[in-house]
Design a protein around this ligand. Structure first.
Ligand SMILES: O=C(O)COP(=O)(O)O
Ligand SMILES: [Mg+2]
Length: 225
C-alpha cells in the first residue's frame, strides 16, 4: 500500500516525543505537594493522550477512568501546571526515526503540521526545545479549538488551513484518539507501535498501517505523479 497524501499531520506525545519522563516528574511533584502517593511511570504512560486535565484526574484517582473530587482537582491543576512548566523538555527526547521521517515527507513537498491534545503553553516550548518547531507549518494544540481529538475538529481545521481535501490528508499518531479523529475526518492514519495507547495495542483499532519507525515512511508514503 502506498498512500499519496498532500498533507501529513503528526501527533506529539508518543509519536514525535517521549514526554512521559517530564510528565512523571510533574505528576509526582504535584502528588507530593497535595500529600498523595507517587504514581508509577508505567501508569503515567497509560494516562497520557487526552490532555493534561485528564492526566491530572487520572493521577489523583490512580485510575484511567477516574474522576476526582472537584475541589481536589481545582487545587491540583495549577500545581501540576507550575511543575510541568519547569520539567517540560528537561527529560523528554525525540523518538528515533522522527527527524528522518519528517525530512522524508518534506522532501516529497507535502504540507506538514502538528496536532496534539497537549495545551499550547507546553506544546510550543517543547517543540522548540526538541528542535522540531520549525518543521511544522501549523501547530494545533489541545486548547487551540474548543474540541480536541478524538473529535475530528482539529484535523478538519488543519486541512482547511492547508486547503487540502480530507481524502488527501494523512495523520501519524499513536492512540485510539488519533485513529478515531482521523476516521471521523476522512483522513488516512498510520500509527507508531512504540507510542502510548492507554496500555492497549493500537493494532486493535485498525489504522491503515502500524510501523516501528518513521524511517519506514518510504514504503508507505509517496507522491501521486
Ligand atoms: O495528552 C496530551 O496532553 C497530549 O497527547 P497527544 O500529543 O498524544 O495528543
Ligand atoms: Mg499521542
Amino acid at each position: 500500500m502506498i498512500l499519496t497524501p498532500k498533507m501529513v499531520l503528526f501527533d506529539l506525545d508518543g509519536t514525535l516525543i517521549d514526554s512521559v519522563p517530564d510528565l512523571l516528574v510533574a505528576v509526582n511533584q504535584m502528588q507530593d505537594e497535595i500529600g498523595l502517593p507517587h504514581r508509577a511511570e508505567a501508569d503515567v504512560r497509560n494516562w497520557v493522550g487526552n490532555g493534561i486535565e485528564r492526566l491530572v484526574e487520572r493521577a489523583l484517582t490512580d485510575d484511567l477512568h477516574g474522576t476526582p473530587d472537584a475541589a481536589l482537582f481545582d487545587k491540583a491543576m495549577p500545581i501540576f501546571r507550575r511543575f510541568y512548566a519547569e520539567s517540560n523538555g528537561k527529560h523528554s527526547c525525540v523518538f528515533p526515526g522522527v527527524k528522518e521521517g519528517i525530512a522524508y515527507v518534506q522532501s516529497l513537498g507535502l504540507s506538514v503540521g502538528c496536532v496534539t491534545n497537549k495545551a499550547a503553553a507546553f506544546t510550543l516550548p517543547l517543540l522548540k526545545d526538541m528542535g522540531l518547531f520549525d518543521s511544522f507549518e501549523t501547530v494545533i494544540a489541545g486548547d487551540t479549538l474548543p474540541l480536541k481529538k478524538p473529535d475530528p475538529a482539529p484535523l478538519i481545521y488543519a486541512a482547511g488551513w492547508f486547503k487540502v481535501h480530507p481524502r488527501d490528508a494523512l495523520m501519524i499518531g499513536d492512540s485510539i484518539s488519533d485513529v478515531k479523529a482521523a476516521r471521523a475526518a476522512g483522513f488516512s492514519i498510520i500509527c507508531m507501535s512504540y507510542g502510548y495507547n492507554h496500555g492497549e495495542d493500537i493494532r486493535n483499532y485498525h489504522p491503515d498501517a502500524v510501523i516501528d519507525s518513521m524511517t519506514e515512511f518510504p514504503k508507505l508514503i509517496g507522491t501521486a505523479s
